[in-house]
Design a protein around this ligand. Structure first.
Ligand SMILES: *Cc1c(COP(=O)(O)O)cnc(C)c1O
Length: 356
């Protein structure tokens, strides 16, 4: 049987592996930062009724411009945003891919600051965009001066700032984002995948007058809708128009649009567990520190924790106890999603059992 490497695949892809965290079915799954509270039944009923309404029209292509969904997303974000400022795709990974297709390419460098979201280099590679990841400063922070001088030195066409940052949970100050925008004339992408856990960090208000700024969001994390695949962005109408050039026609199915509209009808209900998740996050941080481990502060729904003598071994021992977390490849360090109180109980008991 031939391997894909025997096919005339692009040489730059020949040594790659398909990206993705292990998908294992175990009792406690805290590895990909999902909201582990389920979908409330009233929202499930609205999803069904929204989908039932469109079934007679499924023989037709969906609304290619999905104006109803873009209006609903604009209302959800608030401020003076309208449908012309919004765009959506199958997860914010697709949003990022469309941005790289429109603004990246072989002659445009993309810059970010690591450790950060591991899909950035993949999306850059797939879109043939050179990618540079400079190290973050102490405690994984970033200062305006550091980011400004990095941008002036590297001369990127795209800068990616993840706020709060995955996998570290670190916030980025507003002054850093303002300084980054002013330091170049390319596209600044602020990835706010976890914004609902720290609304005070959002820079949506900076959009006014900044037509090269993009704020990427997703319904996969706080919104408890990872299975639907709905990511979106807010930006200037001109930037949205640029993305419309590269999107495949009808990329957002009518079923996806209907499900997302239903969830937005119940946005408050969908986000009702955010505060409970933050309580569990802070409890996990306290208890890991009490065990002698080294958790970092986090503004998101996950914790990066150092102090494991062997991260790969600790990961495997926890898995043997039915607890799946994430080895993000930082030495002695693992990333843990905060979920329900019961999941925290099982997680902490498992860690105690393996560290003791
Ligand atoms: C999870 C995540 C995303 C993408 O998630 P989608 O499910 O594709 O919307 C984007 N950025 C960061 C930083 C993430 O952690």
């Amino acid at each position: 049987m031939a391997s894909f490497r025997d096919l005339p695949i692009r040489p730059d892809l020949r040594d790659q592996q398909p990206y993705g965290a292990p998908q294992l079915s175990v009792p406690v799954q805290l590895n990909v930062n999902e909201n582990t509270f389920g979908i409330p039944s009233e929202v499930g009923e609205r999803i069904l009724s929204r989908i039932f309404e469109i079934i007679p029209k499924l023989n037709r292509y969906p609304d290619r411009e999905f104006m109803e969904l873009r209006s609903s997303l604009a209302r959800f974000l608030g401020g003076s945003l309208t449908a012309s400022n919004l765009w959506a795709a199958n997860g914010s990974n697709e949003i990022l891919m469309q941005l790289f297709q429109a603004f990246g390419g072989p002659h445009t460098k993309a810059l970010s600051f690591g450790p950060t979201y591991s899909m950035y280099p993949n999306i850059a590679r797939i879109s043939l965009t050179p990618y540079v990841e400079l190290p973050r400063e102490v405690g994984f922070g970033l200062t305006a001066e550091y980011v400004r001088s990095a941008i002036e030195r590297e001369r990127p066409g795209i800068v990616l700032l993840c706020n709060p940052n995955n996998p570290t949970g670190t916030p980025i100050g507003r002054e850093v984002i303002e300084a980054a925008y002013a330091a170049f004339d390319g596209i600044l992408i602020v990835d706010e995948a976890y914004a609902e856990f720290a609304p005070e960090l959002s820079v949506l208000e900076l959009l006014r007058g900044r037509e090269r700024l993009v704020i990427s969001r997703t319904m996969s994390k706080a919104f408890a809708f990872a299975g639907v695949r709905l990511g979106y962005m807010a930006a200037s109408p001109a930037l949205v128009d640029a993305v419309r050039i590269v999107r495949l026609p009808y990329h957002l199915s009518a079923l996806t649009q209907a499900a997302a509209l239903a969830a937005l009808d119940f946005a408050e209900t969908m986000l009702a567990n955010v505060e409970l998740i933050k309580l569990q996050r802070d409890r996990i941080i306290r208890e890991l520190a009490d065990m002698g481990l080294s958790p970092y502060e986090s503004k998101a729904n996950f914790i990066l924790c150092g102090g494991f003598s062997d991260a790969a071994e600790a990961f495997q021992k926890l898995l043997d106890h039915g607890v799946l977390i994430r080895n993000v490849g930082i030495p002695n360090t693992l990333r843990i999603t905060a979920g329900t109180a019961e999941e925290t109980d099982q997680l902490l008991a498992a860690i105690k059992g393996t560290q003791g």
